[in-house]
Design a protein around this ligand. Structure first.
Ligand code: LLP
Length: 440
């Protein structure tokens, strides 16, 4: 069970997060409810930043906001002085509305729309991440129209594929993202970016996967990337100013996963920095500005989701379903990736587990089961269930499937709580519906 620092069972036997009793939060804001712990997020950000600062002294991080995007989170990132990674006009718009200066943003995407590039440039986007060859001519042309020179970095594919617990090195070029280094594609892109008049090539990017525990994968990736930097210098006499090593640091969902303290998460940074420092020395390259781009590890463990138990179906000898008032609409990951989670009956957090149950969502789909086989105390209608580690790719992947409203998000911090995303109403659900007059 993931009782990380600001989570504990309090005096009345309920789960507490960020100094707030979760049963009280459920009463106050209703369920389903996403709860995010601001202090945890800020401490992870600060730890990453200071790890880069102390070990390397020339870099920063860009929070990959696809993991959890809302105006409040961009405000947090702004106040922490870090960059963000955005991947759509919607994320850019949200950041702008939150007052985030997107000169500190990296705009990613394998199919950036012209309108998105224009929105980004009109608001002074810092860096556009070139993902394919058309990006370069498109960015160059739009920058030319706007009479600016646009900084870009090139997303490469170093052929290191990291999975949760291991990695493989491949020369696989089949990916919808980036340019492969193993054939000539990445070098061709570098040449095209250098040649483009209204583009300035600032650096290189790679992202080797998500939910990675095998840290050696990053060492290999740094090696491939710095070899490529050497090649660019040799062939084109061009210095790469910035190296962005992407995100992907693995987090604890269940006891099958390692559990890291915030300090231990920084080992990812230290390993990348050590490998880079070695490469700078042995390969004699100019020290690049180092960026990392973590999403999941910043917000996943900051978040839990609270649900209320409704009906209970006991199929004797087979399975007991505890049905909750949310499900795949607020957390698609179990249905989509067979992702595993842990949960607690927050109302009875002090009681001994006595039965194995499955926590099922309320959507019309058999696969809408949030957790299969979890031990729970005797659970009854009205109990509050807390699912752990839902801060990343939960709200950001939420949907209105079955026309269920998307839940509210509450930010807790040291005993305080504030709504940062309001619960959708039924009126919100129909706000874009139109009945043509011929149907009336
Ligand atoms: N940078 C790039 C270019 C990425 O594509 C991603 C994630 C990240 C950074 C952040 O990676 P993280 O630190 O969060 O692992 N929906 C999936 C995860 C998709 C990740 C996509 N890219 C999930 O729920 O597991």
């Amino acid at each position: 069970m993931n009782f990380r620092d600001t989570m504990k069972i309090n005096d009345v036997g309920h789960l507490e997060i960020g100094g707030r009793d979760t049963v009280e939060l459920a009463k106050e804001y209703g369920t389903p409810l996403y709860v995010m712990d601001e202090s945890y997020i800020r401490r992870v950000i600060r730890a990453y930043k200071s790890a880069i600062e102390s070990a390397y002294g020339h870099g920063n991080l860009a929070y990959a906001s696809k993991a959890f995007s809302s105006m409040a989170i961009y405000s947090v990132m702004k106040s922490e002085g870090v960059n963000i990674d955005v991947v759509s006009g919607g994320e850019i718009y949200t950041a702008l509305k939150a007052g985030f200066d997107i000169k500190n943003a990296y705009f990613h995407g394998n199919n950036k729309l012209i309108s998105e590039i224009e929105l980004a440039m009109d608001n002074g986007i810092g860096v556009i991440v070139v993902d394919n060859i058309e990006d370069i001519s498109m960015i160059d042309a739009i920058a030319n129209e706007k009479n600016i020179v646009q900084d870009v970095i090139i997303r490469t594919n170093p052929g290191v594929e990291a999975h949760t617990h291991s990695y493989i090195q491949t020369a696989k070029v089949d990916s919808k993202f980036g340019f492969s280094i193993s054939n000539d594609d990445a070098m061709t892109a570098v040449k095209a970016a250098i040649a483009a008049k209204n583009v300035r090539l600032r650096g290189l990017h790679c992202h080797i996967g998500s939910q990675i525990f095998d840290k050696h994968a990053f060492v290999v990736a740094v090696d491939v990337m710095t070899d490529f930097i050497v090649e660019i210098k040799k062939e084109l006499n061009y210095d790469i100013d910035e190296l962005n090593m992407g995100g992907g640091f693995g987090v604890h969902y269940t006891d099958e996963d390692p559990r890291y303290t915030i300090e231990e998460y920084c080992n990812y940074v230290k390993i990348i920095v050590n490998a880079l420092n070695d490469a700078i020395e042995t390969k004699r390259i100019k020290k690049p500005y180092l960026m990392i781009e973590p999403g999941r590890s910043v917000v996943a463990e900051a978040g839990i989701t609270l649900y209320t138990v409704g009906t209970i179906k006991d199929i004797r000898g087979i399975r007991k379903y505890i049905n909750i008032d949310g499900g795949m609409g607020d957390n698609i990951r179990p249905a989509l990736y067979e992702a595993k989670y842990e949960a607690i009956n927050s109302t009875r957090a002090n009681e001994n587990p006595v039965e194995k149950v499955s926590i099922a969502g309320k959507c019309c789909e058999s696969g809408d089961v949030i957790i299969k086989d979890v031990l729970m105390p005797k659970t009854v209608r009205g109990d509050i269930i807390a699912v752990f580690t839902t801060g990343a790719y939960g709200y950001s992947m939420a949907s209105n499937y079955n026309r269920n409203p998307i839940p509210a998000v509450v930010l807790v911090n040291d005993g305080k709580s504030d709504i940062i995303v309001k619960r959708e109403s039924y009126d919100d659900i129909i706000r874009n519906d139109v009945i043509p007059s011929r149907l009336k």
